[in-house]
Design a protein around this ligand. Sequence first.
Ligand SMILES: Cc1ncc(COP(=O)(O)O)c(C=O)c1O
Length: 364
Amino acid sequence: MDWTSFFRSELTPIRPYEPGLREEQICGIAQTPSIHKLSSNESPYPPFPTALEAMQQCLPELNRYSDGSSYALRQGLSAEYGVPLEQIMVGNGTNELLMLLAQACLTPKSRVAYCWPSFIVYRMGAQVAGAVYDELPLTADGRFDTDALLRAITPDTKLVILCSPNNPSGGIVMQEEYERFMAAVPDHVLVVLDLAYTEFVTESEHLAALSCYDGVRPLVVFHTFSKIYGLAGVRVGYGFAPVPVIEAMDKLREPFNVNTVAQVGALASLGQNEELERRRAENALERTRLCEAFDRLGLAYFASQANFVWVFVPEPEQSFEQLLKRGVIVRAFPGGGGLRVGVGRREDTLATIEAFDQLFGSEA
Ligand SMILES: Cc1ncc(COP(=O)(O)O)c(C=O)c1O
């Protein structure tokens, strides 16, 4: 078999997603027994207690298929956000929803615009569809550049993605910028707002998730249970969109795309505002602690509203290896000039700061 021309040529440039390293992968490298996994922007805490209990209770029912319409969860989301049921979609992580949307909209001639660096799945979705992707620089302070995105729109542009807070920089789009952007964006463009980290935001000027959403204008808003809700392992994300968008995506969606444990856990996580607030405050405290250490060490970083901080270091690849030896797993992106350091619990912060002190402190 000659495999070289067997597969779709659009797949040639795609590099499979490389997940952050896991604890067990660095056992032979780390010179310390305590490992701090800060590489995948996960929550350092378990799922909410209500979610854990609900998920445990549903285990005996796993002989049945999951609810293919995620009805109860969509009802819960509808009550929580005041968005009609038929405008709500649920996916096997936001990741699945982003890929479905790309498949549903993009063709080889069409274009998608977003800023870069950002979430790799935006690029993958475009590549799988063979579409053109316009990757524009972030602002100097690591935020999506809404003016540049507006200027990049052409008659062939179908999607413009905004990520706020952005992964990996942590920068946000402010309400006023967002409103200006939404007022100017032409109506042949579907705007995709990815709010995966929005629950960590403490800045009051951050855009409000549903402020421009009316279920009619071309706007999709994505959220996930993978981050502050601590449900990354079961995979569940959701989105709000006009009905035609959801109908198109439903044609491509697997019939039982969200498993029962995920649906039950996500539903039981809703309305837990005290727990949510506690986790947001905890994250902000540890984020500040990390940034204070970077300040002390003279390391520049992007002001972050998420659960990670992008810090500029002289030789990122080498620093990444050095941190691994000290049991701290972060993320280096090729050519990125820095490291994305996840915000964890207090003990993770202390270990990270100690390792950074050893690498970049005056004694180093
Ligand atoms: C910006 C952004 N959007 C979406 C996702 C996808 O989240 P999930 O597929 O776990 O819901 C991630 C995950 O890291 C992300 O960083």
